[in-house]
Write a protein that binds this ligand. Sequence first.
Ligand SMILES: Nc1ncnc2c1ncn2[C@@H]1O[C@H](COP(=O)(O)OP(=O)(O)OP(=O)(O)O)[C@@H](O)[C@H]1O
Length: 259
Amino acid sequence: MAEVIRYEHVDISYKGKRVVHDVSFSVEKGEILGIVGESGSGKSTLVKAAMGLLGRDGLVSRGDIWYKGMDLPDLKPGEMRKLCGPELGMIFQTAGSSFCPIRTVRAQLYEFMTEHKKIKMDVFEKQAEELLEKFGFDDPKRVMDSYPFELSGGMQQRVGIAAAMFLNPKILMADEPTSALDVTVQKQVIEEMLMVRKTFGTSILLVTHNMGVIRAMADKVLVLHEGEIMEYGVTEEVFEQPQSAYTKKLLAAVPKLRR
Ligand SMILES: Nc1ncnc2c1ncn2[C@@H]1O[C@H](COP(=O)(O)OP(=O)(O)OP(=O)(O)O)[C@@H](O)[C@H]1O
């Protein structure tokens, strides 16, 4: 299988204080990697580093993040902007908060789309409807006519994922995409992301503190503790035979869930 992104001995600091240390892993086409660990272990920092989202205080101080022969932390902001969306998509804990409340879903999706490519409204409309149908929305026109506040949190999150897939990115970075949702809606969002992988062959980096979500979705899992890798391997194996004491402790704290 083709490798799409590779982290090599990555250190990341904020204001000179190192919060991620010597992290290496790679993700193949269509693979879902779960990144799990306690709050503050550096999960979000890892994915933000690939997207150029560390902010002014953050820096990849050592190592490389390779994507299509480019070392992402070395890219200029303009070069990075071109990749974000069409190559590297991102969904957050609350997609709803990234929608503007007083403009329709249609207007916002169209704006998102035209930031990256020229497309006429009627062509966009057709493509958007087809995409939303793929995501299980029976009445895509109604969704497009809606204002975000008219949709439930779960619907907003699902529209957020569909929006990220408009540009068909090769990698989807999902930072706690289910944490703000109740359990039944979590399941829908998990199914939606699995559909994304199946339909589009997208690789997914999934950040979560929820071991159940990892077990339900991830092919491989990377366990992070205080910025260092405690364990990295095939999900089933890590769950059945964890090697590190830290992973054992994490697993002991969650009820068993089946795929
Ligand atoms: N902008 C920032 N400036 C300074 N320190 C930061 C910044 N962002 C994160 N940190 C610190 O970096 C460390 C890792 O944070 P990060 O948000 O990546 O962890 P996380 O595992 O994603 O946590 P959570 O599950 O709570 O989101 C923490 O100690 C955090 O306080």
